[in-house]
Design a protein around this ligand. Structure first.
Ligand SMILES: Nc1ncnc2c1ncn2[C@@H]1O[C@H](COP(=O)(O)OP(=O)(O)O)[C@@H](O)[C@H]1O
Ligand SMILES: [Mg+2]
Length: 325
């Protein structure tokens, strides 16, 4: 990747939350949600971010869009460092990155018409008003498969899938270079999920937008991602191009995630079963020593208890943090 094509580059991003002291006088422990993430996304690329619930995907996403201040690390958007940027610079940077959340019902103001909602970023930034704004909102509605006359309606007059289309239209209003989609179809009926995914793919073809696509559903990831990043307890443990990722998953955690997805071929299914994920995700307030995955890992040996494996490049381009993979 050359610098010009990188829309997002994070270095060592860390987000810790101060814990509350317990009722019984135990000292407050820090919740280490994100622990040193290096991530780059190229223009027009779709990077999937996967991992169990609680592993830090949303916290990292929030840090990238500026909803959560990182404890440490650097976030560059289109080459510009966010940390220490002036208000004005931030305003310009923020326009380039938008976010789509899981539940469209919570993302939309029930008292605003969807036209007002979609047009708001354009109005606030003085990009369009009056007839021009109306026209632009109509275009955005059409782009997401709705109709210009829908602008007059309120969110409750739409289905869940249609509401997510509205959210997507608003996210695209400022022509961002990166859209972070945090579980964008998880709250939707199964019957409309594919439609929304196909819409996201079509919009990317048209606009060249890059996606950071957060999902715990590997069948969705397989459909949409160019590259897959796996997080465990706030760290990247594996990263690979989609083909490599699905053909040759390397980290035992990745294999365990995959073993949860049913496989048509019984031989493959049996091979995968060796990696069933046992036990609970440890608390990010109390991350295991050494390799954070060792408490659940079928391959763990002494070194895994004492030394955290670095994310290391492989000949096939994957990066993996495991002593034994
Ligand atoms: N504002 C917060 N204060 C304290 N802990 C938080 C906060 N936000 C998230 N966490 C904790 O950080 C961890 C990672 O959460 P999250 O990023 O939401 O994970 P994911 O999106 O992968 O499910 C979880 O243990 C969660 O409880
Ligand atoms: Mg989340």
């Amino acid at each position: 990747m050359t610098d010009a094509t990188i829309v997002l580059e994070t270095h060592d991003v860390t987000v810790h939350f101060a814990g509350r002291a317990s009722l019984f006088g135990k000292p407050a422990s820090t919740v280490k949600a994100v622990n040193g993430v290096d991530l780059a996304i190229a223009a027009g690329e779709t990077v999937a971010l996967v991992g169990e619930s609680g592993c830090g995907k949303s916290t990292l996403s929030n840090a990238i869009v500026g909803l959560q201040k990182p404890t440490a690390g650097s976030i560059k958007i289109a080459g510009q460092e966010v940390n220490g940027a002036s208000r004005r610079q931030l305003n310009a940077i923020r326009r380039r990155v938008q976010m789509i959340f899981q539940d469209p019902a919570l993302s939309l103001d029930p008292r605003s018409t969807i036209g007002a909602t979609i047009g708001e970023p354009l109005l606030v930034r003085g990009i369009a008003r009056g007839a021009k704004l109306k026209r632009r909102v109509g275009e955005l509605l059409t782009q997401v498969g709705l109709r210009p006359e829908h602008a007059e309606r309120y969110p409750h007059q739409f289905s869940g899938g249609q509401r997510q289309r509205v959210v997507i239209a608003r996210a695209l209003a400022l022509e961002p270079e990166l859209v972070i989609c945090d579980e964008p179809v998880s709250a939707l009926d199964v019957s409309v999920r594919a439609q929304i995914l196909n819409l996201l793919v079509a919009l990317q073809k048209r606009t060249g937008v890059a996606y950071l696509f957060v999902s715990h559903d590997l069948s969705v990831v397989r459909h949409i991602a160019d590259r897959v990043v796996v997080m465990y307890l706030g760290r990247i443990v594996e990263e690979a191009a989609r083909e490599t990722f699905f053909a040759d998953p390397k980290h035992p955690y990745t294999r365990a995630l995959m073993s949860a997805v049913p496989e048509a071929n019984p031989a493959v299914q049996r091979a995968k079963q060796r990696y069933v994920l046992s036990g609970e995700l440890p608390s990010p307030a109390n991350i295991p020593s050494g390799c954070p995955f060792h408490t659940r890992c079928p391959l763990a040996t002494d070194i895994c208890l004492s030394e955290r494996p670095e994310l290391t490049p492989r000949p096939d381009g994957a990066r993996v943090a495991c002593h034994h993979a």
